[in-house]
Write a protein that binds this ligand. Sequence first.
Ligand code: PLP
Length: 422
Amino acid sequence: MQLSDYRYQIQGVDVLDIADEFGLPLYVYDANKIIEKIGSLRSAFQGVNLKIKYAAKALTNLSILKLMKMQGIDIEVVSVNEARLALLAGFEPGQIMYTPSGNAWPEIQEALEMGLQLNADSLPLLEQIGQTYGSRYPVALRINPSIAEGGTFKIQTGHENSKFGIPNQYRDQILALVEQYQIPVVGLHIHTGSDFKDSNTFLKIADVLFDMAGDYPNLRFIDFGSGFKVAYREGDYYTNLNDLGARVSAAFRSFCDRYGREVELCFEPGKLLVSESGHLLVGVNVVKENPTRTFVQVNSGLNHLIRPMMYEAYHHILNVSNPAGAEQLYDVVGYICETDTFALDRQLPEVRPGDVLSLENAGAYGFSMASNYNLRERPAEVLVYDGKPHLVRQRETFEDLVRGQVDIFSDELVAVSDDQVV
Ligand SMILES: *Cc1c(COP(=O)(O)O)cnc(C)c1O
């Protein structure tokens, strides 16, 4: 195939046609990619009772949640509002795991009354549950294993200086509270952040939980959270699911033998399931030559995709409308009044005003972290499902942006003097 014949397609649908139909900037998700990721995670684990819970915060769109539900997986939420959306999507309360991090007590009570599976993240919370409900609500315990691995400082959550979870050094205190109030402990959980280097880390974490499981004879599940690394560019390291699955499954089977019965082995992937499925399509406003750099200025920015500025994340960029152009070096930047760089010194086929670029791996923590900074609308979202693009969220409008604002001066203005009012 000639490069000039190249068409960037999702499920056979031309990406440029999607851009034409729905406008730019636009988030586009490929349902098949999500389904494929769930399948590869499932097939990597053998001989264990595997349960996958989608970490909803990665991409919180109702249709995405329904797609997850249709694949037979459960869901993990971090706020009661995420739980409400999960209920709207058709999940049963018992399929929803709620993992607070220092959330207010009234919200925790609401979660319990909704019937969610609570994952307690602190000793004070455990004590409050014991005092208020005694043995009435079964809980899981989020343990911090004091293992610093996985990604950069901003995304590590399992080290001893992290706010997350109950430190494993408090094993005795946890057990004392559980016994004092007869709290039913049905699950043990660890989530140590993203981007593990290898499966050894998972095995180390697993050992912490297998060890602690001895304190709790009525466990229904052990949850290893997430931490799967996805590749952002050619040659990038990513979690080898088959290697991980084989090693963790073996360790888990022998744990179940020692424990005396089968328990569920859970994971809570967010990024792994949705990152690759998502593309942020943007239009090129201006190509600006400065003495030292050439800037590609697009009609989006850190308001729509904050990962490059927040985590120094790399997002691969394609020039969808001019794939055969001569390669040049560009800085791809947003339109926000703030340093707002998507990519530095990026080699791209010649970029012209009006071109359509695709920022890849934009499904996870893209739209869900988007804001209205600079009073910009958030983009529309499209899900390509069954070979057709479907609008799954409308583009915001100016009316959406001012909704909820209260103008305390409008009456006063009228009162000053009738003939001064414009
Ligand atoms: C964010 C989060 C996840 C998902 O992490 P990914 O890196 O997106 O896979 C899983 N579990 C909990 C408790 C989380 O907070």
